[in-house]
Design a protein around this ligand. Structure first.
Ligand SMILES: NC(=O)c1ccc[n+]([C@@H]2O[C@H](COP(=O)([O-])OP(=O)(O)OC[C@H]3O[C@@H](n4cnc5c(N)ncnc54)[C@H](OP(=O)(O)O)[C@@H]3O)[C@@H](O)[C@H]2O)c1
Length: 297
């Protein structure tokens, strides 16, 4: 299969590219600017190209030339507060560019796999199943919801893979994640305040990458919720990190989200029920403690 990936410099995109480069698929991994990490092993079947998804014409040319069977669209403006403060840019990257990529996919008849988020939900009543009603509480979630809605009525073969709070071994890329933030602060003996009134089902990045590749290979269609299966608050995650690394958990104070004033509101109770992914994709999430062992091994 010929697969074009967007966002290959990102936390998730780099993991997808890394796994796909080890398969027999032909991969064109794309990202904004140069390839920024050296973990990717490219070979005669996988390549990297610079593609800014807001450049409609250049993106269309690249897609036409590669003529993929499937597009995995992982690129996005992902920082919730930046989206709230720069709505025009957030809409341009997350909604408008996705619409344009869908048009390009249509021209080459490629299946379109869109990576979306738990932040399309209100957070009033999670964990959520695929058929639950979306109702985002921040602009980031709104732009992802609008892109989902456009894709659903596009007439293409499509999937929407929603996920939750990613963590994993990402030392080699620009953006770190929560696990490392906790470790680094505790190592420096800096006290941290961590939210304990939001629930999530944190997602181990290699599990998600594998789940996404399953969707693509099985040519599965529709919405899939792919995350971990343990309901945790960020505070509980931080405590697990401290215990695993034998750092001082007394430095971690549980707080309510109201402690922080952030431009973008966070949904309170999200997380997913993942029965559909377990049943249809053979998806098996790694337990949080086992994932920590892999990350810090
Ligand atoms: N992280 C989470 O907890 C989480 C939770 C739920 C859903 N998701 C979804 O998962 C997907 C991957 O997220 P992630 O955590 O891997 O985020 P990330 O590390 O921020 O990666 C997103 C990538 O998109 C790229 N990008 C931004 N604007 C672009 C443009 N105009 N053209 C081309 N590429 C562009 C970024 O490029 P630069 O690196 O050059 O800026 C970045 O590499 C996103 O669709 C996100 O909505 C993430």
């Amino acid at each position: 299969m010929k697969i074009l990936l967007t966002g290959a410099n990102g936390m998730l995109g780099s993991a997808i590219a890394e796994q796909l480069a080890k398969t027999s698929h032909s991969l064109l991994a794309t990202g904004k600017g140069e390839l920024r990490h050296n973990q990717l092993i490219f070979n005669e079947k996988s390549n990297y190209a610079s593609m800014d998804i807001t450049d409609e014409i250049a993106s269309k040319h690249l897609i036409d030339a590669f003529n993929p069977d499937a597009i995995i669209h992982s690129a996005a403006m992902t920082q919730v507060d930046d989206c709230e403060l720069n709505k025009e840019r957030c809409y341009s990257i997350n909604t408008q560019s996705t619409i344009e990529l869908i048009h390009s996919a249509k021209e080459v008849n490629a299946a379109f796999h869109f990576i979306s988020t738990d932040f399309v939900f209100s957070g009033d009543d999670g964990p959520y199943v695929e058929t639950d009603q979306t109702a985002p509480v921040n602009y980031y979630g709104k732009t992802k919801e609008l892109a989902e809605q456009y894709l659903i009525q596009s007439g293409l073969d499509w999937s929407i893979i929603r996920t939750v709070l990613l963590y994993g071994k990402t030392d080699h890329i620009k953006r770190s994640n929560f696990i490392y933030w906790v470790r680094d602060n505790l190592v420096e003996r800096k006290p941290i305040k961590v939210v304990n009134d939001q629930i999530r089902t944190p997602t181990y990045i290699p599990d998600l990458a594998k789940g996404i590749i399953e969707v693509v290979e099985r040519q599965a269609k529709g919405i899939y919720h792919i995350s971990g299966d343990e309901i945790m608050t960020p505070y509980q995650m931080a405590i697990e990190v401290a215990r695993y690394l034998e750092l001082d958990e007394q430095l971690i104070t549980p707080v309510d989200a109201t402690t922080f004033s952030q431009p973008g509101m966070r949904p309170q109770r999200t997380g997913f029920k993942i029965k559909k992914a377990l049943d249809e994709l053979g998806y098996t999430p790694t337990a949080f403690k086992s994932a920590l062992a892999e990350i810090f091994s």
